[in-house]
Design a binder for this molecule. Structure first.
Ligand code: C2E
Ligand code: MG
Ligand code: MG
Length: 721
């Protein structure tokens, strides 16, 4: 017998057309699934395909060290080897001692030759067995990549006896095989299946005979079959996976290693396939694929998948000459929901939000979750801006509706940034960055809304990035300064306290006010380090001014909401630091905005409690500029109420403004708070406030914020007077 062909080409057509052609090589799935198990399985399967699996000859693949790596069914049977893992056995150990020298020389010839080599020798069924050797003929060839040796072993008996023996053996093997064996005739109808094959499909053997392959598939399976055949005809040598329908309706995924059968005259008789069940493997790799590409919480595509789709959609738009819109959605105040109701409810909200977003776009648009509370939408093929506008309005409206979370209700809103392809950017990573910047702009504009990307936004974003970078340097190089604005006691005009206000002496841009950089420092967390630096600066200054002007001197420092949310450990040392400076904690006042008091997060409440416990004084800053909540005046344990510039500015404009301030002052004082009016710019404002009984005032009318040295002179003048 001749060397088995490497890849027997299936005949181009059979009497029933292509249905009869079982693809010989099995492809990778087109869905691009990769996993280690999968690739290993494929390599093994590829080996299989190379074996003349069902031929009535013994077929071996040896390593260069002579160890048996692979065997076909007959070889396994002949030497009693397990086909999956033959063990570490040398082929040579089966060779009769008298022939081993010849065998070694034969192997050398095979390795040095590009043509197959042949030898007659004797083998024994087990290594070292006593029985007489069995005369065989070996045909050997080197693997094309030089990494293995292939041997075909034929028994050199009378041809007829050999055939009978191998046929009998063949039948036995086929019946007990671990794999399904499926034979079709030239009309592509099933002419034989082994019990295992019928079992795999949950059918009786008789039910299968005479049926075409496609009879055991659903539409998807048939489409796959048709495509596999088409690809095969295009000469695309890939491995093929088939989808069958089991009798009970469940799916069987299988790989088919096929060999066409010809008669001695070369006429196509049909094909024989070795069928392996890969349903479990496929499920596992599909799981891995899902994990790699989808967000497990919402089931939406994740960042990875989103980037792929974006690339794909952009490509498509370029080809078709259409546009696409990229929406970057960030939920507002989502963190509060997490803090207030716990992560489980937070997750529930995210799932519902995902659902709402998906409901407001077309099924063909991509909705993805990038992580946290960030979502993206690719609106493909958008004609005019009107269409996008409608989606944006509906989306933001839908996300602003309350969420019912298993008994609790929560309300968030969404800030959406929009970038357009190709007008804003052609590169997808730029487009994503632009949508992100636009989202940031929507947030700054008060949230619950959307914003389009514009060049101005680009500049703002560039400035933001640059500022953040420079701020780190600024901290290291002492470019920050604390200025002090005097706070005047209204009854006698004396200065016994001051507010510390941060300044940045920028080497190029000059003296910067907090509005130019604090927001960025809050966003990236640098505010924590800056706040710590301010605290130490102020403690040192308070020590000096108390020494010079009396122990009543107080300095207030400002703390942003972000600083209240951070780790408790950060403020642990504050008490110790004050004590080492010999400063009573009451010398420092912490100023914070209303928003902090409204925040129900445990950390925030805990931080306020901690400051209190340390003995620091607390002030509520800018009262009247946000959501006024008189209730929190009562609950929060405060020392000062600062009436914001907005309310003070109303003074003297009409009676209502004055009335409001008067009422507020009276109320706060009833609750035991001292009142500071901020932003006093005129003498009449001062007079009205004094008449209303306000305790303190600060503002340009008295003094701007001053460097410590100038403040020194002001205080010295006061002492002298
Ligand atoms: P704030 O705590 O309400 O500070 C008062 C702001 O009003 C200061 O602005 C001050 O210069 C300004 N101001 C004072 N009197 C008048 C007036 O009569 N008319 C007008 N139009 N404005 C007046 P500044 O220094 O630009 O600070 C702005 C905000 O930055 C502060 O508001 C505070 O919330 C924040 N901030 C300042 N320093 C720090 C800091 O060290 N850490 C943190 N986290 N925030 C700070
Ligand atoms: Mg303040
Ligand atoms: Mg203020």
């Amino acid at each position: 017998m001749d060397m088995p062909p490497q890849a027997v080409p299936a005949p181009e057509s059979s009497p029933r057309g292509h249905d009869g052609v079982l693809p010989h090589a099995a492809p990778l799935l087109d869905d691009g699934v990769f996993s280690p198990e999968r690739m290993k399985a494929e390599r093994e399967q590829a080996y299989f395909n190379d074996l003349y699996l069902l031929a009535p000859v013994a077929y071996f693949v040896l390593g260069l060290d002579g160890v048996i790596l692979q065997v076909n069914l007959v070889a396994a049977e002949l030497f009693g080897l397990a086909r999956g893992h033959p063990g570490h056995v040398l082929f040579r150990s089966y060779v009769h001692e008298a022939f081993r020298h010849d065998y070694d020389q034969f192997v050398q010839r095979v390795l040095n030759s590009s043509e197959p080599e042949r030898i007659q020798l004797q083998v024994r069924p087990r290594p070292g067995a006593r029985e007489a050797g069995m005369p065989v003929s070996l045909l050997g060839s080197a693997d094309p990549n030089g990494q293995a040796l292939r041997l075909v072993l034929e028994q050199a008996e009378g041809k007829l006896a050999a055939l009978e023996r191998s046929e009998e053996r063949f039948r036995r093997i086929v019946h007990s095989a671990e794999e399904g064996i499926w034979e079709i005739d030239a009309q592509a109808l099933t002419s034989f299946v082994n019990p295992k094959m019928a079992h795999m499909l949950g059918c009786q053997i008789e039910e299968m005979l005479g049926q075409p392959l496609a009879a055991f598939m659903d539409d998807e399976g048939r489409a796959l079959l048709a495509r596999n055949i088409a690809r095969r005809q295009d000469g695309i040598a890939e491995r093929h996976e088939f989808k069958f329908l089991r009798r009970d309706g469940s799916t069987l995924w299988a790989t088919l290693a096929t060999n066409p059968i010809f008669d001695s005259g070369g006429t196509y008789l049909g094909a024989l396939a070795l069928v392996s069940d890969i349903t479990a493997q496929r499920a596992a790799s599909e799981r891995i694929w899902r994990q790699a590409n989808f967000d497990s919480l919402t089931g939406l595509p994740n960042r990875q998948m989103f980037l792929d789709r974006l690339q794909h959609e952009a490509h498509h738009a370029r080809r078709e000459g259409t546009c696409l819109a990229l929406l970057f959605i960030d939920l507002d105040h989502f963190k509060q929901v997490n803090d207030r109701l716990g992560h489980e409810k937070g997750d529930m909200l995210l799932r519902q939000a995902a659902q709402r977003i998906s409901e407001h776009v077309r099924a063909t648009d991509t909705v993805a979750r990038l992580g946290g509370d960030e979502f993206t939408v690719i609106l493909a093929g958008v004609g005019q801006l009107g269409g996008i506008e409608r989606v944006l309005q509906e989306l933001t409206a839908a996300l602003a509706l309350p969420f019912v979370l298993d008994g609790d209700t929560a309300q968030v809103s969404a800030s959406v940034g929009v970038a357009l392809y190709p007008s804003d950017a052609e590169a997808t990573d730029t487009l994503l960055r632009q949508a992100d910047q636009a989202m940031y702009a929507a947030k700054s504009a008060g949230r619950n809304g959307y914003s389009y990307f514009t060049p101005a936004l680009q500049q703002a974003a560039d400035l933001r990035r640059l500022t953040v970078r420079e701020m780190r340097v600024a901290l290291a190089q002492d470019q920050f300064e604390v200025h002090y604005q005097p706070i005047i006691r209204l009854c006698d005009g004396s200065i016994e306290r001051a507010e510390a206000l941060l300044r940045w002496r920028h080497p190029l841009r000059g003296l910067l006010a907090p509005a130019d950089f604090i927001g960025f420092a809050e966003a990236n967390g640098l505010i924590i380090d800056i706040g710590e630096w301010v605290f130490r600066q102020v403690v040192r200054q308070a020590r000096r001014w108390q020494d010079e002007h009396g122990a009543a001197f107080q300095i207030s420092i400002n703390k942003s909401a972000v600083e209240f949310r951070c780790d408790a450990a950060l403020y642990q040392d504050w008490g110790g630091h004050l004590a080492r400076q010999g400063l009573a904690p009451g010398a420092i006042v912490i100023e914070t905005r209303e928003a902090v008091l409204l925040d129900e997060a445990r950390q925030v409440v805990e931080r306020l409690r901690q400051f209190r416990a340390m003995g620091l004084a607390l002030a509520l800053d800018d009262f009247g500029s946000g959501q006024v909540s008189l209730a929190c005046l009562k609950t929060a344990d405060l020392d000062f109420l600062k009436i914001g510039r907005a309310l003070v500015g109303e003074l003297g404009r009409d009676d209502a403004g004055l009335g409001l301030c008067e009422a507020l002052i009276a109320l706060a004082q009833r609750l035991g708070l001292k009142v500071v009016a901020e932003g006093v710019e005129t003498a009449s404002q001062r007079d009205l406030l004094r008449a209303a009984g306000c305790d303190y005032a600060q503002g340009y009318f008295f003094s701007r914020a001053l460097p410590a040295g100038q403040m020194d002179r002001l205080l010295a003048a006061q002492s002298a007077a």
